[in-house]
Ligand binder design. Structure first.
Ligand SMILES: [Zn+2]
Length: 120
C-alpha cells in the first residue's frame, strides 16, 4: 500500500490516518471552510451592493415616468456600473434591454439611453 505524506491545507501539519483527509483535525477543517464561506459571502455582498446602486440611480433618473430618454453621460456621472445587471430582455426586433431589478435601459444612438420601468 502506498503511503503518501499529506499536509493539512490550513496549518501544514502532517496528516495521519485516512488518505482522503485534507485537514489534520476538525478545528482546521472548520476554520478553512469558514474562511472560504466568508469570502463567498463578501463577493455576493459586493455585487448586490453594485446592483442596488444601479437600481437606485435608474430610479432617481426616471422619477415617476414609465420611460425616459436621457444622455448616457448622466448615468456615468452618477457612477452607474454598466458591467452589472440582473437580467436581459430581448425584444422581437432584436434590441436588448439591460435590467437591474424592475429598471432597465436600452442603448440608443449618439450616447442616448432609454430608461424604462417594468413592473414585475
Ligand atoms: Zn491543521
Amino acid at each position: 500500500m502506498d503511503k503518501v505524506l499529506k499536509m493539512c491545507e490550513l496549518c501544514g501539519k502532517k496528516i495521519t490516518g485516512r488518505s482522503d483527509k485534507k485537514f489534520c483535525d476538525d478545528y482546521c477543517r472548520n476554520q478553512f471552510n469558514n474562511a472560504r464561506n466568508l469570502k463567498e459571502t463578501l463577493r455576493v455582498k459586493q455585487i448586490n451592493t453594485i446592483l442596488k446602486k444601479n437600481r437606485k440611480i435608474m430610479s432617481s433618473l426616471l422619477g415617476t415616468e414609465a420611460k425616459q430618454k436621457i444622455p448616457g453621460e448622466k448615468m456615468r456621472l452618477l457612477n452607474y456600473d454598466f458591467n452589472f445587471h440582473t437580467h436581459l430582455h430581448h425584444t422581437r426586433n432584436g434590441k436588448t434591454y439591460y435590467f437591474c431589478y424592475e429598471y432597465g435601459y436600452l442603448l440608443l444612438d449618439n450616447d442616448m439611453v432609454l430608461l424604462v420601468r417594468r413592473e414585475p
